[in-house]
Design a protein around this ligand. Structure first.
Ligand code: ADP
Ligand code: MG
Ligand code: MG
Length: 885
């Protein structure tokens, strides 16, 4: 196999390895490809990544094969340009460029103008007829080579140049004369000798191998290693090296260099976008020494800028560039990010790659390119990162608005929210009831804060990570959230808080940016998301491709409406406990669980029944005609227990029981490990009245909705935390009994299903048996992850981050399903369930239902649907479509 691949000139470009980025790197593969389709690419060659790996393994030795191949490839360039490397009368110069498989900051910077020395610089001056240009190039070469190859302090060279400019009263580098550059070259060589201990290398072959060595070595530099670790890039890829004939953008006013995008990477607009500089070389554009100019006349005029655009200043070269843009888009079928140089009016292409873009631009380009016939609908669907939609679906801060940033925390749930600070959930609810907008600010949140979180525009916490209660619940509700803002301290007594040095009080206005974690003073204006247009078009295509249905996790009519707007096709999880925590009802709930006799419990349940029925009626009205999975009460009783004296006194008043008595009863119900305690179906088994009441509320509500609207939803009653067939059998019988009673009482009947959540490893293993009772399984992967890993989600923040850093888990298993481990249980349960009941309905309702990687897994094991929080529904629709491609 070849170690070196020539490109441009008479090169063949016919070896498939040359087009393989893993062999020739991104830059090398694309240079060869551009040359092969006839674009003007300066000739050169690429040393393969394999040679880099071999060099690093062999203790920094070049193989003989490589030395020979490079000599031959230099000959290829010489032939193509008609000059000789190191020829004092007419020298060929090259650039040496690194180029890994993916673009990688931290790799060696490019060395330009290699091949210049005290003799060849004279030849360059003579053949170009431009002495100033030749000496400018030589000084650039010494500067770059000393910096990136010899590792000398570049500040010394910049300082010498600055002093020269100051002495002469110059502003720009372009003002220096040939004589002045010549003098500076002498000075630069002096610096090299003083710092490096040897004179600047004059032998061009030594220069070349020095640069190749520097590229190879830079693969193992600290900078590159850090970047690789942060971006999951394996250390054994190595980098390619590209050696390429120089073309000169610094040959006066008919020469230039620039960078461009074939479409606007911020908006996706089909307009060339970029910058260029006349009489300059590569690094000048980004170095910020001179202000780059606009590419197009339109962009220049829009910006009200004076210096001529490339379109105006060099119309011929610009016309050629525009032609190349179209060719490249037609060839790569994607927006390209390009580097080019114009030498005395002639355009040369130096790089192309698929350009990075914002979410908005990605969407627009995908839809536009389909309309242009460039790509298929399938490809358009594939192009857009589902997670990027997250940025687009929430109201976001007006980018033009001013921000007074007080501090920041973790971007726990996206979107922007503004309102008055409130310090507890009840206050939040009260203020919202009188028409205010509020931000709930807590040290951390707990299930008792749910009603306040719901009422608030956004949530800010001092503690907790990306999977804390606040973060998970906020994402579920689509509320923006900033969590773990360590600079935040709250003084409950004085109802004030501090963020860094800023003192604020309850009622003061703040704004949160859930996309970057910023906390801002005052109300920053927002802009609404655009759900029609390109977004709508792409979603239609995605829906046509996907097999799985997409439902939502929702428990309020408002969330259900929102989810349906986002395209939800049913409810995958309606939790009923949030309804129990509601401020007005918690008293009756407590009365119920602290009751010692059935009659007292029934009395409390009689208060709750009409309220639950009203909850369900409101939801079913929104979801008429669609399947709705409703989970009967699940959380540990423990969580409902009163803790404050005032709560006990209040309860004592309504129950007539003494405070001490109630406290004793509460103490009896206290649990050491509530997550594994008296919860889920265990509640239904021990307090059947609770589930009876809930089932009754559901059936009465469905019958009511059916009567009033003519269309009933399909209730799927879900029994949580089942481990055995028997549990489900008992509770299913109970639900069926209630259904029979209600249907008889109301003189009507509706279809319904009873099924279970699979969230315990035993349930997954026993799925074949459990399916004999249950008509559906919903994988509760939050609990299934907790119980399979033996990890408590609420306590995992402290060790999961280091676990992910050390690579023990590739990703947080509560964010992205542990497909290898927990996934086996899901797959096995699905299989065993289907054996017993071929038409069993299978879905997922954990947080994972909104995570693209987990959704791909659900498609693989053939689930019928995924369920995600309302704002994640579009993400799930797109991800479910991509999973089929
Ligand atoms: P990076 O990966 O940092 O962009 P490149 O290898 O692309 O580094 O080089 C940076 C710039 O150097 C290019 O955009 C181009 O302007 C200039 N350059 C590289 N090779 C040549 C060449 N053969 N002739 C002229 N300019 C070059
Ligand atoms: Mg580049
Ligand atoms: Mg659960």
């Amino acid at each position: 196999v070849q170690t070196v691949y020539p490109f441009g000139g008479s090169a063949a470009h016919d070896d498939p390895r040359q087009g393989d980025k893993t062999i020739t790197g991104g830059k090398g593969a694309n240079l060869a490809e551009m040359a092969s389709i006839g674009l003007p690419v300066p000739p050169g060659f690429t040393i393969t990544t394999e040679e880099c790996v071999a060099y690093l393994q062999d203790g920094a030795e070049f193989s003989d094969a490589l030395r020979e191949a490079v000599t031959g490839a230099i000959g290829h360039i010489e032939k193509a340009v008609g000059k000789k490397f190191g020829d004092a009368s007419d020298p060929m110069l090259v650039s040496v460029r690194s180029g890994a498989r993916v673009s990688m900051p931290g790799m060696m910077d490019t060395v330009l103008n290699l091949g210049l020395n005290d003799a060849t610089v004279e030849g360059l001056a003579a053949t170009s007829g431009d002495e100033r240009f030749a000496w400018d190039s030589y000084r650039r070469f010494i500067q770059m080579y000393s910096d990136v190859v010899l590792g000398l302090d570049h500040g010394l060279f910049e300082e010498a140049l600055e002093i020269c400019k100051e002495d002469n009263g110059y502003y720009a580098d372009t003002e220096l004369s040939a004589e002045e550059w010549k003098a500076l070259v002498t000075e630069f060589k002096g610096i090299v000798e003083a710092e490096w201990g040897k004179p600047f290398p004059q032998d061009v072959t030594e220069q070349l191998w020095g640069a190749i060595r520097a590229v190879f070595d830079s693969w193992d530099s600290d900078r590159a290693k850090v970047y690789r670790r942060l971006n999951d890039i394996p250390g054994d890829w190595g980098t390619a090296v590209n050696v390429q004939a120089m073309v000169f953008g610094n040959m006066g006013d008919t020469s230039a260099t620039g960078v461009a995008f074939t479409r606007d990477p911020a908006t996706g607009e089909r307009a060339y976008y970029g910058e260029y500089l006349i009489n300059a070389q590569g690094e000048d554009v980004v170095a910020g020494i001179r202000t780059p100019q606009y590419l197009t006349k339109a962009a220049r005029e829009a910006a009200g800028a004076k210096p001529l655009s490339m379109e105006e200043a060099m119309p011929d070269a610009y016309g050629e560039l525009a032609r190349v843009f179209d060719l490249l888009e037609g060839h790569y079928k994607d927006m390209q990010d390009i580097e080019f140089t114009v030498e005395r009016g002639k355009l040369w292409m130096l790089q192309t790659r698929s350009g990075k873009r914002t979410a908005k631009a990605a969407l627009k380009m995908a839809v536009d390119m389909e309309a242009e016939g460039l790509i298929t609908q399938e490809e358009a669907v594939r192009r857009v990162d589902p997670m990027a939609l997250d940025q687009l679906l929430h109201p976001t801060l007006d980018p033009e608005a001013e921000r007074h940033v007080l501090g920041s925390g973790l971007p726990a749930s996206p979107g922007a929210a503004a309102g008055k600070i409130v310090l507890d959930a009840d206050t939040a609810e009260q203020w919202v009831a009188r028409g205010e907008k509020v931000i709930l600010v807590r040290v951390e949140t707990s299930p008792e804060d749910i009603h306040g979180m719901h009422a608030a525009q956004g949530i800010l916490t001092a503690r907790g990570g990306m999977t804390s209660h606040a973060a998970v619940v906020a994402r579920g509700m689509g509320r923006p959230c900033v969590s773990g803002a360590s600079a935040l301290s709250i003084d409950r007594a004085s109802r004030t808080l501090r963020i860094g040095n800023h003192e604020l009080k309850e009622g003061d206005e703040i704004t949160l940016d859930g996309a970057n974690g910023q906390i801002m003073l005052g109300i920053v204006p927002t802009v609404e998301p655009e759900l029609a247009g390109d977004f709508g078009t792409l979603m239609v295509w995605a829906d046509a491709l996907r097999r799985m249905k997409v439902r939502t996790n929702a428990e309020t009519p408002a969330d259900c409406k929102m989810a349906r707007q986002f395209g939800a096709e049913g409810i995958g999880l309606c939790r009923t406990e949030h309804m129990f925590f509601d401020a007005g009802r918690i008293k009756a709930v407590r009365q119920m669980i602290l009751a010692e006799e059935d009659t007292a419990r029934k009395a409390a349940l009689d208060i709750l029944l009409p309220e639950q029925r009203a909850d369900f009626t409101a939801i079913f009205e929104v979801m008429a005609g669609l399947p709705c999975t409703i989970r009967l009460l699940d959380p540990p009783l423990h969580e409902f227990l009163p803790t404050q004296d005032a709560d006990f006194e209040e309860l004592s008043d309504v129950t007539g029981l003494g405070v001490d008595h109630l406290k004793r009863r509460a103490a009896e119900l206290h649990e050491f490990n509530p997550m594994l305690g008296h919860r889920g179906c265990r509640l239904g088994i021990t307090f059947p009245e609770i589930y009876e009441m809930q089932a009754r509320a559901i059936f009465e509500a469905v019958c009511d909705v059916k009567a009033s609207s003519g269309e009933a939803p399909l209730p799927e009653i879900m029994i949580p935390l089942v481990a055995t067939r028997k549990e489900l059998a008992i509770l299913k019988a109970l639900v069926d009994q209630v259904a029979k009673e209600v249907f008889a009482e109301m003189g009507t009947s509706v279809e319904y299903l009873v099924g279970t959540m699979i969230e315990l490893p035993r349930a997954a293993l026993m799925a074949g048996e459990i399916a004999k009772e249950g008509a559906f399984f919903s994988f509760g992967t939050n609990d299934l992850t907790q119980t399979t890993l033996g990890v408590s989600r609420d306590d995992s923040a402290k060790f999961l981050a280091p676990y992910v850093e050390k690579g023990i888990f590739a990703r947080d298993p509560f964010v992205s399903l542990d497909v290898e481990g927990v996934g086996q249980l899901v797959e096995l349960a699905a299989e065993r369930g289907r054996v017993t009941r071929p038409n069993i309905k299978l879905g997922i309702c954990g947080e994972h239902g909104g995570d693209p990687a987990s959704i791909a897994f659900c498609e693989k094991v053939g689930l019928d649907y995924v369920s995600a929080s309302p704002y994640r529904v579009p993400i799930a629709r797109l991800a479910a479509a991509q999973a089929t491609l």
